[in-house]
Design a protein around this ligand. Structure first.
Ligand SMILES: O=C(O)CCC(=O)C(=O)O
Length: 328
């Protein structure tokens, strides 16, 4: 079911990305949209009860409600986003999120690219990009800019899945093709909204060469960890909802069998440096060799929460320096 053709696999490896319009039926994503809408509703009720929010836009659809609240009062919008994203960005771990992460249609594509033993990489993110608000605009980067150097030569597959039709107007991704075979480019800290950034002069090609990765609800964009990409402002009137999930083969460094020590003992944290992104929990999503190691929903939640509780899992970052100050 849903495995990639040889041509699609070759395209991915040559270009560094692949866009598929129909990984899911749009209805497959409805339960996740509903779960997020419910979570927003819970937070909205808390804010109303605390006297912080007055107009809660109950009749606005999932695509609009958060934007209306945000534009009335930024603090309320940010509080809702923080609740969804959690402290590290991948906070929401409801059952419908897990079902998408482990969805057989998605894993069939993932298997074509990383092989049959699949680790769900710790880094998955939920991104509500609010119309006209800069915080969701992600500057040029490679995901490896965030990962440990020991994973530079491993494939960590990003699956970027929109929860609405994503297009140039609402700020879909921009991808620089065929640049993923040139290693990790220089990143700087202090890009927009605190993200890492590759400055235009450090990109191997002009941003004008970028592919605008428009993709409908039900589709997905697949990229390597070395593929330079960014996303642009949302000029539409709906929230550009998306999730980005990551997967790697079980042979790539990971922390699947490890649990953090809540005491934050430096030595206990040392083994986590074997993972590509130590602060968050990896988990097994498919294995023919060791089916007993595949995480069920309870294990997934337990692992995510255990890592989240240890606020600062120490790991050597890559030593990127702040964005240089340019003279006019
Ligand atoms: O969703 C976006 O706007 C950016 C996503 C991104 O940079 C990523 O998935 O690494």
């Amino acid at each position: 079911m849903g495995r990639l053709t040889r041509e699609q696999i070759q395209f991915f490896h040559t270009e560094g990305y692949l866009i598929l319009d129909d990984v899911f039926a749009p209805d497959d994503l409805q339960p996740l949209r509903h779960e997020m809408a419910q979570r927003i509703d819970r937070k909205v009720r808390d804010l109303v009860a605390a006297g912080q929010l007055h107009d809660d836009y109950p009749d606005e659809p999932f695509e609009r409600r958060l934007a209306c609240i945000y534009h009335d009062a930024r603090d309320n919008g940010e509080a809702i986003i923080r609740d969804l994203e959690g402290p590290a960005g991948g906070g929401h771990h409801g059952i419908e999120m897990f079902k998408i992460i482990t969805h057989p249609k998605l894993l069939a594509v993932v298997e074509s690219l990383v092989g049959p033993e699949i680790v769900g990489s710790s880094v998955y993110r939920i991104r509500p990009k609010i119309p006209g608000i800069g915080r969701g605009v992600v500057p040029w980067h490679q995901d490896s800019g965030y990962f440990m150097q020991l994973c530079d030569n491993q494939l960590i597959l990003t699956c970027w899945i929109p929860l609405v039709d994503a297009n140039a107007q609402n700020g879909c991704m921009q991808i620089l093709p065929r640049a993923h075979r040139q290693g990790v480019f220089t990143h700087h800290t202090g890009g927009n909204a605190g993200f890492l950034v590759i400055e235009d002069g450090d990109l191997p090609d002009s941003p004008q060469q970028a592919v605008t990765a428009e993709v409908p609800l039900g589709g997905a964009v697949f990229m390597t960890n070395l593929t330079p990409h960014c996303s642009t402002p949302n000029h539409s009137d709906i929230v550009r909802w998306s999730v980005d999930l990551r997967y790697q083969g079980a042979e790539a460094p990971n922390n699947v069998g490890l649990w953090p020590d809540a005491e934050e003992d430096e030595e206990a944290l040392e083994p986590f440096q074997v993972a590509c992104y130590p602060p968050e929990a990896d988990f097994m999503v498919q294995s023919r060799l060791h089916p007993d190691r595949v995480a069920d929903y309870a294990t997934f939640v337990q692992r995510r929460e255990a890592f989240e509780q240890v606020k600062a899992i120490a790991y050597p970052k890559r030593g990127w320096t702040p964005v240089p100050v340019h003279a006019d």
